[in-house]
Design a protein around this ligand. Structure first.
Ligand code: HEM
Length: 554
């Protein structure tokens, strides 16, 4: 069998190779190239592999790995949620975050980690995860948006030789000519820094919003000069605009997204965690596999099988449809060279996904975080899987996302949920960890208890994280308690520690701006925080370009 390292040496990685990000490329490049890349990316040492957050925790060696894998197949397949109802519509009752947070999570994931290891080779790296190539920089530098910058990824930018150093993104046109789609080539394939950005319609539209944000900022003298921290010596207009966009996005990740998805006990500790990392910044930061192969995959449970309304014309939209409206799938009929544009009526209205004031209509809520995964994610097809994982000739395709996640975690030697929970409780005394009865109680009991599979007191980490979220209780006056609205403490810790690590490890992030914490978002409404920052950013972009003309209607 060809080893995973040889596999990647032999593989042609196409455009992904171009978008490694400045740091990964700069490590092996000479100084001149580094200077060029600095204008496209952030500064600091290269970092391309993965790390382990709990290197001292070794998983139990199973008597029969084949039986464990059989058990993981059964467990993954049983984590099925065909069509859950929307919840939390009663007044004064806390409800799941708006569904936009699901896709903001996926957008963030695509900024931090891309592991293309074929599933069948995942075990080769169990001993040394530093050898697994991460095709994204482990920072919030939006490399999935900027690619390698105008020099390395010119296909992402408008051609305008007279305005070099002021590069604006290309924006694609919909079937009616509205600038509201990803830019695409003649085959309909999206031109992005990471092909996964065209994986579903909501994510693709969010990518477009960020492209527009960059264009808005670079065209506005006022926004570019709104803070003295934006311009650093020798910066082009492009570099300044990129910093404005990145810092606002980083602020949203830290003060809106993270605070929305972590549980209360960890939310209270975020500031201390950040301060501690600033005192001892991570050196040679890499994304931990406990995050990429388990904890941050909690987002798969937030995905809905159908959305009630994504614009005033498109109601009751299935996930399957959202997955099909992409360049890899439905935009180009077989054999045709035309019709590669997004049909105009599929432009997303952001007030269906975030609480944008004044809210005029129905807001889709994210699915609760639990051990049930939307039915469609159990049957992904080859074009979608191709964006996420290379495949070895002859390898059987595993279409179920939960099964893939469980197998990947096992093959990479992740410690069990119980091991990690005990270690997190040691680091953060007082947090609640799950008892055996709580973990196995529920529809998966028989699989979890079956001695052949060995999951007893040895729960797969991803499953444990979903289970603790499912049992995470929010007390509500005059109502029944609510569950699954955020991660539990172990998942929250892994996600928060990784994200704050990524923020602080980046010496060009806003946390290192002179006078910190003096820097505050300068774009209108973005400093509002939890539940509001991303909504306000999208409202700003929409009102500036006036393409969301249909969104005020119910
Ligand atoms: C419709 C929505 C989504 C689809 C179809 C999807 C699909 C996939 C697929 C096919 C993989 C690769 C699985 C493997 O081979 O191991 C993957 C990986 C992953 N997904 Fe998702 N995903 C979705 C949403 C999300 C969300 C909302 C999040 C987080 C909030 C998320 C986080 C991750 C992470 C962290 C990985 C590992 C990435 C890497 O290291 O390469 N995904 N997803």
């Amino acid at each position: 069998m060809i080893s995973r390292r040889k596999f990647f040496q032999a593989a042609t990685l196409g455009s992904v190779g171009l978008t490694l990000g400045s740091r990964a490329v700069a490590s092996s490049a000479n100084m001149t190239a580094q200077a060029v890349l600095a204008s496209a990316g952030t500064k600091g040492p290269a970092s391309s592999g993965y790390s382990r957050m709990f290197p001292g925790l070794k998983p139990a060696v199973p008597p029969s790995p084949q039986d464990v894998e059989k058990g993981l197949h059964k467990l993954g397949e049983a984590m099925f949620d065909p069509n859950p109802p929307q919840i939390g519509m009663e007044e004064n009752k806390p409800s799941s975050p708006p569904a936009g947070y699901t896709y903001l999570g996926q957008f963030i994931d695509h900024d931090l980690t891309l592991d293309l290891t074929p599933l069948s080779h995942a075990a080769d790296s169990a001993d040394d995860v530093a050898q697994i190539q991460n095709f994204r920089t482990p920072y919030f530098d939006l490399d999935q948006l900027y690619g390698g910058g105008p020099n390395l990824s010119p296909f992402l930018y408008q051609k305008n030789p007279a305005q070099r150093t002021k590069e604006r993104f290309l924006i694609g046109k919909t079937s009616k000519g509205t600038p509201a789609d990803l830019p695409r080539n003649l085959q309909g394939i999206a031109l992005t820094g990471d092909p996964r950005q065209d994986e579903n319609l909501i994510l693709a539209q969010m990518h477009v919003a960020f492209l527009k944000l960059h264009n808005l900022v670079i065209s506005s003298r006022k926004e570019m000069a709104a803070s003295p921290h934006y311009k650093q010596e020798g910066d082009s207009d492009f570099a300044i605009a990129q910093r404005v966009v990145r810092w606002h996005y980083q602020w949203i990740v830290r003060h809106d997204y993270l605070e929305t998805i972590v549980c209360e006990s960890i939310a209270k500790k975020l500031e201390d965690m950040e301060k501690a990392k600033r005192v001892a910044p991570p050196v040679n930061f890499k994304i931990p596999v406990e995050f990429s192969m388990a904890a941050f995959r909690f987002g798969h449970s937030m995905v809905r099988n159908r959305y009630d309304s994504i614009s005033h014309t498109q109601k009751d939209v299935t996930l399957e449809k959202l997955l099909s409206l992409t360049g890899a799938q439905g935009l180009t009929p077989p054999g045709a060279q035309e019709n590669t544009a997004l049909p105009d009526e599929w432009r997303v209205c952001w007030n269906r996904f975030f609480e944008i004031l004044p809210t005029t209509s129905w807001i889709n809520r994210a699915e609760t975080i639990d051990t049930k995964i939307a039915g469609t994610l159990h049957h992904l097809d080859e074009p979608h899987l191709k964006q996420f994982s290379a495949r070895v000739l002859g390898e059987a395709v595993e279409p179920s996302l939960p099964v893939r996640s469980l197998l990947r975690g096992f093959r990479a030697g992740l410690p069990s949920g119980e091991q990690v929970a005990a270690e997190v409780a040691r680091r953060i005394p007082g947090i609640n960890i799950l008892k055996e009865g709580e973990i196995i109680d529920g529809p998966h009991k028989d699989i979890l208890k079956n001695p052949k599979y060995g999951f007893r007191n040895n729960t797969p980490l991803w499953y444990y994280i979903l289970k603790e979220a499912e049992l995470e209780k929010v007390e509500v006056k005059d109502h029944k308690p609510q569950y699954g609205l955020s991660l539990g403490p172990v998942g929250s810790y892994i996600v928060a520690d990784t994200m704050i690590g990524a923020l602080v490890a980046d010496r060009d992030s806003y946390v290192w701006s002179a006078g910190y914490p003096a820097w505050q978002p300068t774009l209108e409404g973005v400093s509002a925080g939890r539940g509001k920052s991303m909504a306000n950013l999208l409202a700003l972009v929409s009102s500036a370009d006036d393409t969301e003309d249909n969104c005020d209607q119910p």
